[in-house]
Design a protein around this ligand. Structure first.
Ligand SMILES: Cc1cc2nc3c(=O)[nH]c(=O)nc-3n(C[C@H](O)[C@H](O)[C@H](O)COP(=O)(O)O)c2cc1C
Length: 182
């Protein structure tokens, strides 16, 4: 898989999913293979800090996390998006991120490229982007760029023309990265 788009929102058809999918649509138009996955409705338990993964190199918890993580592992580029809750990424996405500690010991994600997306109604997305950058940097992704979208009700972000065009531009950047000669 070329590109995995991950929405951390608990709204399946929310603003984060919309913005992530704009990047993916641009990638598909450029001839790349893409995969969209939403954490909505998925069980993602919090990391318990048990350190089982430090020695066994896998997470001991059993839920939906591993199937989503496998999609991230399988892709060359990750487009990760989160809704802003209290000036941060939502807890559901943070649980997913924390669980990737089990991929950290063997540097399972090293060398991939990443894009960060955050959607807020009004304020706080800068901090959420910092968190997403920290996640990508810790796993040694190369950072392509980020988009902040504005929207409250599901779908509002599509009226944020600046965010939509920035998402399209990042899609083009991914195509150029993976198909430099096209
Ligand atoms: C629990 C909760 C906390 C929120 N906190 C903030 C916030 O700190 N700043 C902000 O601008 N919007 C906040 N919002 C609004 C969401 O960021 C906004 O609705 C966003 O578009 C949700 O993205 P989604 O549709 O992808 O879920 C909050 C919404 C909820 C439900």
């Amino acid at each position: 898989m070329d590109v995995c788009g991950l929405s951390g929102s608990t709204r399946l058809h929310g603003n984060t999913a919309a913005l992530v999918n704009i990047v993916l649509d641009q990638c598909t138009a450029g001839g790349l293979s893409t995969n969209f996955v939403s954490l909505a409705g998925k069980e993602i338990q919090p990391c318990t800090g048990c350190e089982y993964c430090s020695t066994e190199h896998r997470c001991i918890l059993e839920d939906d996390w591993e199937a989503v993580a496998d999609m991230v592992i399988d892709a060359q580029v990750l487009v990760v998006g989160g809704p802003v809750y209290f000036y941060e990424v939502c807890g559901h996405l943070k649980n997913f991120i924390d669980r990737t500690y089990s991929l950290y010991h063997d540097k399972r994600l090293i060398g991939r490229h990443g894009v960060a997306i955050a959607v807020h109604a009004d304020k706080g997305a800068e901090r959420a982007i910092e968190t997403l950058e920290a996640f990508l940097n810790t796993h040694q992704f190369a950072f392509i760029g980020s988009v902040i979208g504005r929207g409250f009700k599901a779908g509002d972000v599509l009226n944020d023309r600046r965010a939509v065009s920035e998402a399209e531009r990042l899609g083009d950047a991914i195509v150029h990265l993976l198909r430099p000669n096209d």
